[in-house]
Design a protein around this ligand. Structure first.
Ligand code: NDP
Ligand code: 8X3
Length: 251
């Protein structure tokens, strides 16, 4: 096989768009997420273009992450590109009103889950002295906004881990990139507001947010640079957004 990418959170939004973009560019895929029926449908769709293997697991379960990735067939074991994308916000509340279960979810998924997957994938990159880790951070990992507290902390942690990985891994010829988007309309806000689609829609009211495809194109740009070029970090905003709190809205 040629290039193989493992993408977490491939069942929706940025991860799904990245899977489609990579497949169009001939990258073979290991697609991960909890919703198995969506993984199966995506494998059927993209299997016409490239070889696809799916793994259904919750990134919070360290043992399951290790077992699933260790179960990869020989043909899919030499992962060249790891896209650590699985993640979400849970809730948007002042620090004294936040729910412990939301805090646990964000730290366990966005930070510890990213670490568990990385731990299962990186050693073979080190052994082969090649690889590219692309962590999906956020504008929320560059600046804190009102009520964003724990989500922002989780994305600041992703930023620190990206920098730490680059320091530890560049000597093994491994690239480490963070792609940090601002507002992207996906299932993100629906998850954050626990299924309240009206509240979720309001996040993008009167402005044009990024699409998952916009972000996927940038991820592909980073993944397709020549061997000596590493896009270390990239902030990607909708034109209508200047910062987490400064957004131009019409109407
Ligand atoms: P979506 O909600 O559309 O997608 C999230 C993906 O993560 C899904 O595929 C979901 O799969 C997966 N996921 C969530 N929890 C788990 C879990 N416990 N175990 C395994 N997989 C999980 O959101 P986005 O595409 O917007 O989010 C993708 C990444 O982009 C996240 O890291 C997010 O923080 C980041 N981001 C998003 C922005 C936005 O405005 N949308 C802006 C900046 C960054 P499943 O439910 O099937 O497990
Ligand atoms: C997602 C972007 O601004 O909704 O990371 O936190 S934001």
């Amino acid at each position: 096989m040629n290039t193989i990418a493992l993408i977490t959170g491939a069942t929706s939004g940025i991860g799904l768009a990245t899977a489609r973009t990579f497949a169009r560019n001939g990258v073979h895929l290991v697609l991960c997420g909890r919703r198995k029926e969506r993984l199966d449908a995506l494998a059927a769709e993209l299997g016409a273009l490239v070889q696809v293997h799916t793994l259904s697991f919750d990134v919070r379960d360290a043992a399951e992450v290790a077992t699933q990735i260790a179960s990869l067939p020989q043909d899919f074991r030499a992962i060249d590109i790891l896209v650590n994308n699985a993640g979400n916000a849970h809730g948007l509340a002042p620090i004294h009103e936040g729910e412990l279960s939301d805090w646990d979810a964000m730290i366990d998924i966005n930070v510890k889950g990213l670490l568990y997957v990385s731990k299962a994938v990186i050693p073979q990159m080190v052994e082969r002295k090649r690889g590219h880790i692309i962590n999906i951070g956020s504008l929320a990992g560059q600046e804190v906004y009102p009520n964003g507290n724990v989500y922002c902390a989780s994305k600041f942690a992703v930023d620190a881990l990206t920098k730490g990985m680059r320091i530890d891994l560049h000597q093994y010829n491994i690239k480490v990139t963070s792609i940090n988007p601002g507002l992207v309309e996906t299932e993100f806000s629906i998850v954050r507001f626990k299924g309240d689609t009206e509240r979720a829609k309001n996040v993008y009211r009167g402005m044009t947010p990024l699409t998952a495809e916009d972000v996927a194109e940038v991820i592909w740009f980073a993944a397709s640079r020549p061997a000596h070029v590493n896009i270390a970090e990239l902030l990607l905003l909708p034109t209508a957004q200047a910062s987490s709190t400064i957004v131009k809205r019409e109407g």
